[in-house]
Design a protein around this ligand. Structure first.
Ligand code: SAH
Ligand code: SF4
Length: 347
């Protein structure tokens, strides 16, 4: 990439306005360009067709405009669409469009790779390369939104930060991407339709509370006690379950936003009624709206298995019998490695 020039999407609207003033351009150009950048999602200056040729040229001399490109797309039998996105420095991340009933959900990545090494997750076996910048995360959303419009004639209804990476380890850029997604000067989506999933970093969950965010939070719990959780999620050593419970209660106190527990069922590991009892105890200590029971999607690198459907159903019924709001989530896009935890830049 050329150096010395600013990225046009890293400057503020005020800076853009100042620049245009210096260049002797009319005032309304600021909004026009801003709309191209954030509402109409142009990928190049050439696409900004209501600007004069000379202004377009001047912009391309003075700024760089790196944007995310789609490398390739795979479509599953169930309609799930997985895209491999190419970043300006050659790194790749994946994003998924999941059409279900009336919903069009985008699952997006916040980091290239992940540093947290959860034992059951394909992304965890990749090295963490780098954090994504907010404009890159925003590009993912816009590109998937375009796919949604083209394939179903509908805009995205929901966004989940459940692709590659740990969003709370890329806090500033994730927050800024959400600001763009929810801004009337952006995609104007409601924050209630956005869910951030975290493997559980207590300090950052509290920070979400302090920042009074308005989106929903999902905790990847996956085991109901520290001993078992640390076996599959090394992050638990420094962020144990008690600290997560405190952080989630603080988050709820500050925001009143929805909290979800995610619980992958692993055969003969966390699928017995003993673990269900422990899970119920945790559920009672946090204002959790729902526990999502997630089917384990086998990955090459790990030896876990998913329980039989009878066992899964029995676990779910046991929770329900104890007045726990639990629901079973069957992953989509398995045939193209697009399901939870399978994103590893393979296809
Ligand atoms: N880093 C964040 C968000 C990305 S992972 C987090 O860990 O929450 C998104 C979800 O997929 C998490 O709940 C994660 O635990 C789950 N997941 C990872 N590997 C999986 C697998 N093999 N099968 C099913 N779910 C998986
Ligand atoms: Fe990273 Fe989440 Fe995968 Fe764990 S589950 S390795 S935190 S992406």
């Amino acid at each position: 990439m050329e150096t010395g020039k600013k990225n046009i999407r890293k400057i503020t609207k005020e800076e853009l306005s100042e620049y245009l003033l210096q260049a002797d351009e009319k005032k309304f150009r600021t909004q026009q360009i801003w709309d191209w950048l954030w509402v109409n999602h142009a990928g190049t200056f050439e696409e900004m067709t209501n600007l004069s040729n000379s202004l377009r040229q001047k912009l391309s001399q003075d700024f760089i405009f790196p944007s995310v490109k789609i490398d390739h797309v795979q479509i599953s039998k169930d309609g799930t669409m997985k895209s491999s996105f190419l970043l300006h420095d050659g790194n790749k991340v994946e994003g998924v469009l999941i059409p279900t009933g009336t919903r069009q959900t985008a699952c997006i990545s916040s980091q290239a790779g992940c540093s947290l090494n959860c034992k059951f997750c394909a992304t965890g076996y990749l090295e963490r390369q780098r954090n994504l910048d907010f404009d890159e995360i925003y590009d993912e959303v816009c590109l998937i939104n375009k796919q949604s419009l083209e394939s179903a004639g509908k805009r995205l209804t929901n966004i989940v930060y459940m692709g590659m990476g740990e969003p709370l380890l890329n806090y500033q850029h994730v927050m800024k991407s959400i600001e763009r997604i929810t801004s009337p000067d952006g995609l104007a989506m409601s924050p209630r339709r956005i869910t951030l999933s975290t493997s559980g970093i207590s300090k950052m969950i509290k920070k979400l509370g302090d920042d009074k965010v308005r989106f929903n939070l999902a905790l990847s719990l996956h085991a109901p006690n520290d001993k078992q959780r640390s076996q599959i999620m090394p992050i638990n050593d420094k962020n144990n379950i008690q600290s997560l419970i405190e952080a989630l209660n603080y988050f709820y106190q500050q925001t009143k936003n929805e909290i979800t527990f995610e619980y992958i069922l692993f055969k003969d590991f966390n699928d017995s009624f003993k673990e269900a009892d422990e899970l119920i105890k945790l559920y009672r200590q946090v204002p959790v709206k729902v526990i999502n029971l997630i089917e384990y999607n086998p990955i090459e690198q790990a030896h876990y298995e998913k329980p039989s459907m009878e066992k899964i159903k029995a676990f779910e019924e046991y929770l329900t019998k104890h007045r726990v709001n639990a629901r079973l989530r069957i992953s989509r896009g398995k045939d193209i490695d697009a399901a939870c935890g399978q994103l590893a830049n393979k296809g």
